[in-house]
Design a protein around this ligand. Sequence first.
Ligand code: 5J7
Ligand code: CA
Length: 512
Amino acid sequence: MRLLLLLLVLGVCWAQYDPHTQNGQTSIVHLFEWRWDDIALECERYLAPHGYGGVQISPPNENVVINKPPRPWWERYQPISYKICSRSGNEDEFRDMVKRCNDVGVNIYVDAVVNHMCGSGVHAGTSSTCGSYFNPGSRDFPAVPYSAWDFNDGKCTTRSGGIESYHNIYQVRDCRLSGFLDLALGKDYVRSTIAAYMNNLIAMGVAGFRIDASKHMWPGDIKAFLDKLNNLNTKWFPEGSRPFIYQEVIDLGGEPIQSSEYFGNGRVTEFKYGTKLGTVLRKWNGEKLAYLKNWGEGWSFMPSDRALVFVDNHYNQRGYAAGGPSVLTFWEFRLYKMAVGFMLAHPYGFTRVMSSFKWPRYFKNGQDVNNWIGPPNDNGVIKKVTTINGDNTCGNGWVCEHRWRQIRNMVIFRNVVNGQAFTNWWDNGSNQVAFGRGNKGFIVFNNDDWALSSNLQTGLPAGTYCDVISGDKSGNSCTGIEIYVGSDGLAYFSISNTAEDPFIAIHVDAKL
Ligand code: 5J7
Ligand code: CA
C-alpha cells in the first residue's frame, strides 16, 4: 500500500508535465536567438542568482540560411538536419552551455522543430548553417537522412499540397504549413529519427522540449516519438525523470483542433492567456481588472496543470495573427510590466518570461513590415549580449525583459509564494485589484484613471515590507516604497494612476 502510494507520487512528480526545475524555482525564460556562450554566462551570472528555473532556447539544429541580410529569425524554423549547428553556436558550445547551466541549477529546454523540414521551394545546395547539402525538390536531406518517402506528399489531398483550410483537420496535420515539407510522422523510421535527435539532446543534459507546430502533427504521432525518449540524464536529474514536454498549439477557439487533444502527451501552450490579459489591461471590449477574480479555468482556459503560460511569445510579439493586436510586449513597457507581474503573482499555469531583441519596427498600412528581421548581428554573426553595468539592462539591441527589476523580482515572488492558495481578493469594481498568496505574498494593481488609496487585508505577518516593484530590499533597507502590515494583517496602499509602475508587490522574503 505504502509502496503503491510512493509510486503514485513519483509517477506524478516525474511525469512529462513536470519541468524538473531545481531549488524551488518556478519560471523559465525564453532567451530568443541568444548564443550558447551568452546563455551559459547568463545562467551563471544572472539566472541562477535571481531564481530562474530554466531557459527555452532557439532551435539548436541545422537550418536553412536565407541569404537576405540581416537574415530572418524564422529561418531557424526550417530544419536541414539534426546536427547541433546553428547561428547560436556549434555542438561544443551547446554542450558547454547545458553543463554550465545545469551545474548552477538552471535547466535547458529545446525548441524541437519536427513537423517539417525547409520549404519545398528553397533552392537545392548547401546554404545551411553547417553546410550540409539538401535538395527540397527531390526531398533529399542526406545529412539526416530523409528522402522522398519520409514526407506526406502522398497523404495530403489539397491541390496545392499546402494547408488551405484550418477547418479540415487532415489538411492541418498532413499538408504543408507555409510550404514546408511535411514529415511523415506515421512512419516508424521518421519517429525513430526524431527520437534519436531528442535522445542525443537528453544525453547532453537537456530537461525537456517545446514541440513546435504541434497543431500540425497528430497527437498519436507525437506520442509515438515521445514514447521512444529516454529518461533525463541522472548526472543532474533524479532517476526515472521524464523529459518535460510542452506542445505549441495555437488554440484561440473557432478551429476544430483543440488543445485538449494533446494533454496526454504533456503540457500545452495557452495562447488565450496573453490575448485576454492584454485585452483586460488595455480595457478593450469593456474589460476591467475586477473581472480577473476568476482568472484561469474560470475564463475557459485549459486546466492549470496542463498550461504553459506567457504574456507574449517570439511570434505573437511581432503582431502576427496568434493573439492579435491585444498582446502586450516590451514596446508598451508600462502595461507589459503589469501583465507579467500579474501572471507571475497568479497561481495559474507554468510561467514563461519572454526575453527579446529589438528590431526596427516599421508600420505600413497598420502592418509591421520589418517583423521578419533576425537578431542583432554583424554580417550575419549574432552579436554578443552586452550587459550594462549599474542598471542591469542589456546593450547591442538585446531587450532583456527578464532583467527588468519589476519582472526579475516577480519571478522571485512566484518562487516565494509557490504552493500557496489564491487569497484575499479585493477589487473596486473597476480596475483596482489586489490579491494574496496565503501568508507569503500580496500584490496590488491600479489601472484606473484615478488614485488608489485603500486599507487592504494582506494575510501577511505584521512588519515592514519592501515593495519589490519600485525597489529592492538591500540589507535591512528598501530602495523603494515601504509598506507597513499591522498585527491584523491590514496595510495601507496608495498608488497614483500616473506612477511609473502603478502596482505594488510585497512578500515575506522582502520583509525588513
Ligand atoms: C501555425 C499555426 O498553427 C498557427 O495557428 C499560427 O498562427 C502560425 C503557425 C505557424 O507556425 C510555424 C511554425 C514553424 O516552425 C515555422 C513557421 O514558419 C511557422 C509559420 O509560419 C506559422 O504560420 C504563419 O501564420 C499562419 C497563420 C499561416 O497560416 C501560415 O501560413 C504562416 O504564415 C506565413 O508567415 C506567411 O504565409 C508568410 O508569408 C510569412 O512570411 C510567414 C512569417 O511568419 C513566420 O515565418 C512564422 C514562424 C513561426 C515560427 C514558430 O515557431 C511559431 O511558433 C510560429 C510562427
Ligand atoms: Ca504535419
